[in-house]
Design a protein around this ligand. Sequence first.
Ligand code: FAD
Length: 367
Amino acid sequence: MKDSRVVVIGGGMVGAALGYGLAREGIETLMLDEGDQGLRAARGNFGLLWVQGKGADFPAYARWTLESCRLWPDFAAELIELTGIDVHFRQRGGIHYCLDEPELEAYRLELAQQAAVSGTDFEYQFLNARQLARLEPHIDANIPGACYSPNDGHVNPLFLLRALHAGFLARGGHYRPRHHVLSIETAQDGFVLHTDQGPIRAEQLVLAAGLDNCRLAPMVGLSQPLTPQRGQLLITERLPRLLNYPSIYLRQTGEGSIQIGDSSEQVGLDDGNTPAVMAQLARRAISLLPALRHRRIVRGWGALRVMSPDGYPVYEQSRTPGPRVHAFSSHSGVTLAAAHALTLAPMLLEPALSPELDAFTPQRFKD
Ligand SMILES: Cc1cc2nc3c(=O)[nH]c(=O)nc-3n(C[C@H](O)[C@H](O)[C@H](O)COP(=O)(O)OP(=O)(O)OC[C@H]3O[C@@H](n4cnc5c(N)ncnc54)[C@H](O)[C@@H]3O)c2cc1C
């Protein structure tokens, strides 16, 4: 049984970003992952780097999201330079469409509140019909309201996952797929991870196993209350340029296809897709972007979001003496990838996480 300094369990969006950040600090890091059949939100998501509408009622999250989007330009440049993988990072802003008047009014209040807790770096502007038509000439002119924020952007999430893994290896990290961690034992000087390929010893442990954090955390005295939330997505054939900016419902990829999203369902661990939800997504997409009528959908899929009870990240560190363990679970792992890699990972080498992250402990669900 070989010792590893730090073992990260999970090679999805959170684990790969943290693993990359640790290897970048020169730390000997081993990342254990499941095989292709494992649940992996990182493989099924929408690819937004999204700030507007995030954290109005959770100031620490509003600031953390903004911080990550501020880091993203340099992060994307670093990944391409190191790995040669272009993650299709675009940060020219994003647009949120309000589909009826009550939603528009509620969104105005929400963004005012978000701005109040975010500081001056968060910018947004509600658009009238003329302004919207100038930015997005193909969007239906009868949309009740829209809001632009220059802080938003998008990437190709599959290229991002690949770049994080390639960057991790390039910086000396070790990756073992098809190593499902079954259980964890705490020893005096570290941990023994029982995997389906045999035991592995770790001096320090990072749980980043997505939904499985819920099962693994209690084995090391932590708590990660999580539930799966299914989202379904569609993608069209490649089309000429129809959209200049991403939104939570539609974005045009670097290759030209239009990705269509945003559904949410509570269906346990079923990551399939259904005709009813796909039809709903397609109808809403056509109402926003009429040019999509009669265009072909080439693929549709479901994936499970990693959701905490309030939807915000759950970051946790061991508080008792003994070997160190952290656990990180988060929705919006694409948006937060830059902060996870460049800001959070170096903190794992410090005696404690920064107090700015105290708001994310699971203690908040007990208070
Ligand atoms: C439909 C949908 C749309 C989304 N859209 C966006 C978006 O636009 N922008 C955004 O920022 N975020 C988005 N997300 C969220 C984002 O994908 C997640 O926040 C992110 O993938 C979570 O990363 P994770 O590493 O915690 O979990 P995952 O990505 O699920 O990865 C978990 C990894 O751990 C491995 N694993 C699990 N258990 C074990 C074990 N016991 N042993 C070894 N390995 C294990 C799994 O195989 C997997 O590789 C979306 C998610 C969904 C589902």
